[in-house]
Every structure is written in C-alpha cells, then in structure tokens.
Design a protein around this ligand. Sequence first.
Ligand SMILES: Cc1ncc(COP(=O)(O)O)c(C=O)c1O
Length: 382
Amino acid sequence: MINQPDDNDFLIKIAHTFGTPVYVYWEELINRQIKQLQMAFKGLPCEFHYAMKANENPEILKIILKNGLGVDAVSVNEIKRALSVGFTNEKIIYTPSCPSVDELIFAFDRHVHTHIGATEYFDFILKHYPDNPIGLRINPGNHIGGNPKIATAHNDSKFGIPVNQLNLIKQYMSKGLKVDSLHLHTGSDVNSWQDLVRSVDVIFDFARHFDHLKYIDLGSGFKVTYRHDEEEIDLKAYASYIREKIKTINYPVRIKFEPGKYLVSDAGVLLVKVNVVKQGFNKKFVGVDSGFHHLIRPMYYDAYHEIVNLSNTQYATEKYDIVGVLCEEDTFARDRLLSPVNKDDILMIKNAGAYGFSMSSEYNLRDKPKQVLITKDGIKEI
Ligand SMILES: Cc1ncc(COP(=O)(O)O)c(C=O)c1O
C-alpha cells in the first residue's frame, strides 16, 4: 500500500502541490472496504448497491464499477452520472424521496428499477406504467438510528410507506399494481446489529403478504467509527441473522444492501491550511481555509471527525476550536487537543470521504475544494 493517511510528509506535499483545501482519496482503501463487506456477507444471496450520494465523483464510481457492485441513485442526475460512467440500467436502483412524476418517467422509461415511497404515486403508475414492476420503500416505524437527522425509519419520518398502509397496497395490487421487491433503510447512525434487525423483522413479516418478491433491500446502516472508542457493527452476526430470516420465505429471495459511508468514508481525508491562530475571550481559535461549505457533517449532524496537525508531530497539548472562513458559526471541532498549531500548518480532517464533497456548496461564493485520488499507478486530480 502506498502512502496511507498516516504518511505526514506525503500529505503535506500533496497539500502544497495541489493547494488547499483538498480532499484526498485512496483507491486501495475503497477496495479493502468492499472486500470486507463481501467477506462479512459471504454465503448470503446478496448484492451491494453503493449509495452514490456519499461520493459521486466519476472516478470513485469507476472503482465501484470495477469491483462489480451496482449503485443506488436518488436523483435523475445521479442516474445519468451512473450511466455515463458505465453502469448498465440493471445495475442501478433508484430510491427517490418525493420525486416529481417527470423524474419517475425518466427512470421507468430507462428500465431503472425504482423504489416507490408513497402510495400516492400508485394511480399514476397504474394508469401509465401498469406493466412496470416496482419496489416499495416501507417505513417500519422504528425509533432507532442515533442522530435524528439521519434516522429514516420512524413514525415521523418522511421516508417510505408506513407499514400500516398494507391494506391500501393490497387494494392497488388487486387492481393490477405489480410489486416485485421491498426496501427499507433504517438510518446511517445505527449503533448495533441488534438495532438493525428490528427493521429486518418488520420487513420480513411484511414480505409474507407478497408473492415471489425478487429481492428485499435492507438499505444500509453500516456504521463507520469516527472516534477511537467507537465499535463497528458486527456485520457477521447481522449476516447470520438475515440468513435465518431468509428461511422464513418459502421461495428463493435475494437481499440487497446500499452501503455508502462504509465504502468511502475512511478512504478520504480533507486537508486544510491554517490561515490564522487567534485568541478569543476564553478560547483559542484555529481558523482554516475551509468551512461547512466543504464538510458540513460537524455542523449539520454534530459529527465528530478526528483532526491531526500534520505540520507538527509533537504531542497534542493545546486545546483549540477549529473554525472556518464562512460568515457564520462554522466549527469543525470544539475544545480539541492538538499539537501546537501555527499559521500555514496543514491539518488533516479524517474520515471525510463520505458526505464531504458531495454535500459541499459554494456558499459565500467560495470555491469548492479540489479532489485527488491515489491509486497504485500514481496521484491524479479528479
Ligand atoms: C435509502 C438510503 N440507502 C442507503 C444510504 C446510505 O447510508 P450510509 O451512507 O450510512 O451507508 C442512505 C443514506 O442516507 C439512504 O438514504
């Protein structure tokens, strides 16, 4: 493996060569995550569809494609991006949230399998696409999944068809609606496989009301450890549980998963440069040349990202708030212990490969960061 995220000199060189802020991704680390996932679920009849919203850079998608995975798209532009990179329509699933009818038409006309998350679309589908089998995204009504902003399967969530609308679904099916698969996604901050299986139980119970489903899509929920003291979900235990559940369906049904951050989060870092170290009333601030327009997770989800001062390898002895350049509250970390920081030092924000660049903006008319991919053949801007 070349130049992992702990190779300070190499990363400082990248920062100076490409300029900051810059996202750096490692192809080998994405490959490693894919293999780990495939190992954990070995023996289960399943497929993985990378949730491309996590990082939709075409070069990242090509790595996913090379490994034989499919993608989960959530917008027409994501479908177009996936097709342009080389995914065939069978390798794409589409899980939109409150789409317009025109967006559904785009997917249906290209035979991209679509998960419908509201019974209110059924009249349109029956009238215009009666022969088009659909997947149903259901909402199991489970209050699990950590941070409420990324818990998507509870009673007050906009996502999915509430399971108590089963009778309505049956009525439409008796009128000809074709349902060939079920889908759910519990959330992105689930702490244990025991929490995830509460949704698995609901969807398998629900599945008994349908004949010959092609697949059951269990979404994601594959936790990434952002802090040293966090534990990953025991994927092997989760896989064994699902293996037993499949036996309750008396015909062969496949499982799909939609991992996003598990595949790319740890494979990317954001390098930023220190513009100023300033003393406040009580706190010392490190002002860097970035902000929530480049990585919104700390402000939006209160997410923790480890931060390392690459330019100073002494012990961490100083407490700082690490803040950005935007015109409002814009904090990457509070009271964070770092080795002493000086102007022009390069800081590395770890675990930034997922929902980093893909959620970035040009707020305050600031440029987006650059992106660099490290492969075994070298380094390239992507
Ligand atoms: C429907 C769906 N599938 C998959 C994912 C990917 O989740 P994660 O990045 O936590 O793996 C998400 C994330 O929001 C989602 O909404």
